[in-house]
Design a protein around this ligand. Structure first.
Ligand code: URA
Length: 430
């Protein structure tokens, strides 16, 4: 087949800081999907984009081309509006688990296509797979039926949704080109727009445990994604939220499911409850439901009822005992004082090294592995008091987890100023 463009010309244009035309972008994504552009050419282009950026028009075209590479789902046949949430990933971020059933309990359907974890951030599917019997794969028909009957589904994205992104993301992962705002924004938004949700709430994390370490970068990513969603007719809002400290008191698969169930039972750590309710309010407002208080649905058990039905609909047993790790080890306070800092990245890497996460996408994860936190910034501690409990099935992993935690927790004198950041830093869009 004769080609409309030459891949080398497209790479040279971006290398030389020129804008790519809509036609060039449509061609390069399509040609990559059908193997007419080689991986080495696409990686050179991705690196040129990382170094030289893209303007808003180019990002919108890139996103549209990735959507066009696959199928689009539609939920217009449902009797209720739909809303979805996407988090850019953090440590202890189990919010999807209580949030999806909570929003469904308030009358809005939640089609939540999720992924597995890679590196130090956990994946929602890995967490739910620690529930005996639960299945991540759901056909499009079964997904629609579950949305109609239960109101919420959390499942793996099928291979038909933005296949160009799937291939490009794997390439970026091994070529040092993940951290490009145009590529992150188009990757996330192509999947969310193709999924067909009416409302999208983005939780863009900022801090050591997040993709975006500083607020300016996170804000740029959030603004780019909000513009892409809005232009595609999806009601899109982003919250910038703190990821300097882990969310809640657990990082690890079954550990995080247990904490999510505590939230659904009306308890759980205050930060997890605060963020769950803030995101739920945004999703409900975006979907036009503003007369229901999600706090009531948590308190009176309606969210828990939807959780139980949602887990059972995918083969899981909501009453089954969750797996626990075979071995534990504690990290204790070296001195008396107040916790001044608990570094999210170190806790995430420790949970990963204990077996909760994977280094390559084909690696298995341990359901019971992870880190349980007993104190957070601002809490008083005594010398010798447990600060963390490390969980794993393979105790030879303890040393490497302990290594990364060295220097990750500061204990300061009582009365010293402990700077704790607000959990919700800003709101963009809407
Ligand atoms: N998540 C995605 O889906 N894509 C990215 O590029 C980064 C995070």
């Amino acid at each position: 087949m004769s080609e409309d463009f030459d891949a080398v010309d497209v790479i040279r244009a971006k290398r030389d800081r020129l804008g790519l035309s809509t036609e060039q972008i449509d061609w390069v994504i399509d040609a990559y999907t059908r193997d007419a552009v080689a991986d080495e050419q696409m990686s050179a282009l991705a690196m040129a984009i990382l170094l030289n950026g893209m303007d808003r028009r180019e990002i919108a075209d890139w996103t549209a081309a990735m959507i066009a590479s696959g199928e689009r789902l539609g939920f217009s046949g449902l009797s209720r509006p739909t809303a979805d949430k996407h988090s850019t990933g953090g440590v202890g971020d189990k919010i999807t688990l209580p949030l999806a059933p909570l929003v469904a309990a308030c009358g809005v359907a939640v089609p939540q296509l999720s992924g597995r974890g890679l590196g130090h951030t956990g994946g929602t599917l890995d967490k739910l797979e620690s529930i005996p019997g639960w299945q991540a794969s759901v056909s499009n028909e079964a997904m629609l039926a579950q949305l109609d009957e239960v109101g919420a589904v959390i499942c793996a994205a099928g291979s038909g949704l933005a296949p160009a992104d799937k291939r490009l993301y794997a390439l970026r992962d091994v070529t040092g080109t993940v951290e490009a705002i145009p590529l992150i924004a188009s990757s996330i938004m192509s999947k969310k727009i193709a999924e067909g949700t009416g409302t999208l709430v983005l939780d863009v994390k900022v801090g050591s445990g997040a993709f975006m370490k500083d607020e300016a970068q996170a804000r740029e990513l959030a603004e780019t994604m909000v513009a892409l969603g809005t232009d595609a007719g999806v009601h899109t809002v982003a919250l910038l939220t703190d990821m300097q400290t882990p969310l809640g008191l657990t990082a690890g698969n079954a550990l995080e499911v247990r904490e999510s169930v505590e939230v659904l039972a009306g308890g759980g750590p205050a930060d997890v409850v605060e963020l769950t309710l803030a995101l739920a309010r945004e999703m409900l407002a975006g979907a036009g439901v503003d007369d229901v208080d999600p706090g009531d649905a948590l308190a009176d058990g309606r969210a828990m009822d939807v959780w139980r039905s949602m887990i059972a609909a995918q083969g899981g047993d909501p009453d089954a005992e969750l797996p626990t790790a075979k071995e534990t080890q504690q990290v204790t306070a070296e001195r008396e004082g107040v916790v001044g800092r608990l570094d999210a990245l170190a806790v995430g890497v420790a949970a990963w090294r204990l077996g909760a996460g994977r280094a390559r996408k084909e690696d298995p994860v341990q359901a019971g592995a992870g880190v349980q936190m007993h104190a957070k910034p601002g809490d008083r501690v005594q010398a010798g008091q447990p600060l963390l409990t490390l969980h794993t099935d393979t105790p030879e992993r303890f040393d490497r987890a302990q290594q990364i935690l060295e220097g990750a927790i500061d204990i300061v004198d009582e009365g010293s100023a402990v700077v704790t950041s607000d959990l919700i830093l800003d709101r963009i869009g809407g």
